[in-house]
Write a protein that binds this ligand. Structure first.
Ligand SMILES: Cc1ncc(COP(=O)(O)O)c(C=O)c1O
Length: 400
């Protein structure tokens, strides 16, 4: 049996993941570790595969947004430290204890309650990173007083260990550094207040990809590397700086399901917004908005066929799209690249993000469970994971 039955797939180049991680290692001070951020299923690339590759390439720990995401990593046999960056309902502290996963906290009440819950059945202690809000306005303590209260509460808890302190930058990817510098100054003053209160600082971290590129000296003990790990830049401004060269890891590909040449004009797709003209070739591709290929690309997106760009003809359907190949003849099963390189041409995730009016982060995150992920090393498929059928299979069955 084939490992997937529709020829639409994502390729993730594990060599690119490794190269990007090593690029950041070289860019950062030697003492600074890397926490690989694999939330949202590794930004759509696959958290388990990316997490394992990052750890094998020199990352020291992983970060996710939800405890459920950490569970998937542990089930896959990953034993490295994992931090949950987001809010975790206090009852889930038991799961964190069982999984040996660290959580983020920023309130005395949550800390006290979590400790009580763990004490009741003598669960193992849980590591806690204290989040400070220095200008993101999302999660975290906002004053020195609150910070000292939270740390003081943690020190009272036998079942919680204070293992980290961090903040998150809102504008580190912008040319104007006023906001990020203000946030960093405040973070430093928080650290200073802790030192003055004779607290021994645990793992300190503040940099995301953008801050790690722009301010490597702010790496402290570790950075939280997300988008850069996947070979994407946090903003076009960051891409232009070009002092850190990254390799995109993801490509989205498919094969022509049907192709026809217009003998006379006919309309294409819902709403009949494209009319094929005589001698125009129209190819039908088996991917649609239900896969995460946005309907906003209707009549706007392009694909690569034989290394040349061709436009989406008509509206993106739920499971299919049509492409105008102009006068180029094509055959069923021919490969088409939706995102990535073919020949000398490339359709980057930045280009798609621009068409969609969003950021590159969102584009791979949209690619969902209907699309199998193929993992490549040395240009060869080494593993296949199809989230829809939840099956790993060997690469022998893959027809690429
Ligand atoms: C708290 C936190 N840290 C780190 C990251 C990684 O950011 P980036 O992908 O820009 O490197 C994120 C991502 O949004 C985050 O929410």
């Amino acid at each position: 049996m084939k490992s997937f039955c529709r020829d639409t797939w994502v390729e993730v180049d594990l060599d690119a993941i490794r190269a990007n991680l090593e690029t950041f290692k070289r860019h950062l001070p030697e003492k600074t570790d890397i926490m690989a951020v694999v939330k949202a299923d590794g930004y759509g690339h696959g958290a388990v595969h990316v997490g394992k590759e990052a750890l094998a390439s020199g990352a020291d720990s992983l970060a996710v947004a939800l405890l459920d995401e950490a569970l998937i990593l542990r089930r896959a046999g990953i034993t490295a430290p994992i931090l949950v960056l987001g809010y975790t309902p206090v009852e889930s502290i038991v799961t964190a204890s069982e999984l040996e996963v660290e959580l983020t906290a920023y309130s005395v009440e949550w800390i006290t309650e979590a400790n009580d819950i763990l004490q009741k059945n003598d669960h193992k202690p849980v590591g806690i990173h204290v989040k400070t809000d220095t200008g993101m306005g999302r999660l975290g303590v906002r004053t020195k007083e609150d910070l000292l209260a939270v740390v003081g509460a943690l020190e009272e808890c036998s079942k919680l260990k204070w293992t980290g302190i961090f903040t998150h930058f809102a504008c580190a990817d912008e040319p104007d550094t006023t906001h990020v510098r203000r946030q960093h100054d405040l973070f430093q003053s928080f650290l200073q207040a802790l030192r003055e209160a004779n607290k021994k600082l645990p793992t300190v971290h503040c940099c995301n990809t953008a801050a790690a590129i722009a301010f490597p000296d702010w790496g402290y003990d570790t950075i939280r590397l997300g988008i850069g790990l996947y070979g994407l830049y946090p903003s076009l401004y960051m891409k232009e700086r070009a002092d850190v060269i990254l390799t995109p890891a993801l490509a989205l590909k498919t094969r022509i399901a049907h192709v026809k040449k217009a003998d006379e004009p006919f309309t294409v797709s819902y709403g009949a917004t494209h009319t094929a003209q005589p001698d125009e070739w129209i190819a039908t591709l088996p991917i649609g908005y239900a896969d995460g290929y946005s309907r906003l690309l209707s009549n706007r997106g392009e694909v690569l066929y034989n290394g040349t760009r061709y436009p989406i003809a008509g509206r993106v359907c739920m499971d299919q799209i049509m492409v105008s190949l102009n006068s180029t003849e094509a055959a069923v099963n021919d490969e088409v690249v939706l995102y990535g390189k073919q020949g000398d041409e490339e359709i980057s995730l930045d280009e798609i993000a621009d068409l969609l009016g969003t950021i590159n982060y969102e584009v791979p995150c949209m690619l969902n469970y209907r699309i199998p992920r193929l993992y490549l090393r040395d240009q060869k498929v080494t593993d296949v994971f199809h989230p829809l059928t939840m099956k790993h299979s060997s690469h022998e069955n893959v027809n690429i």
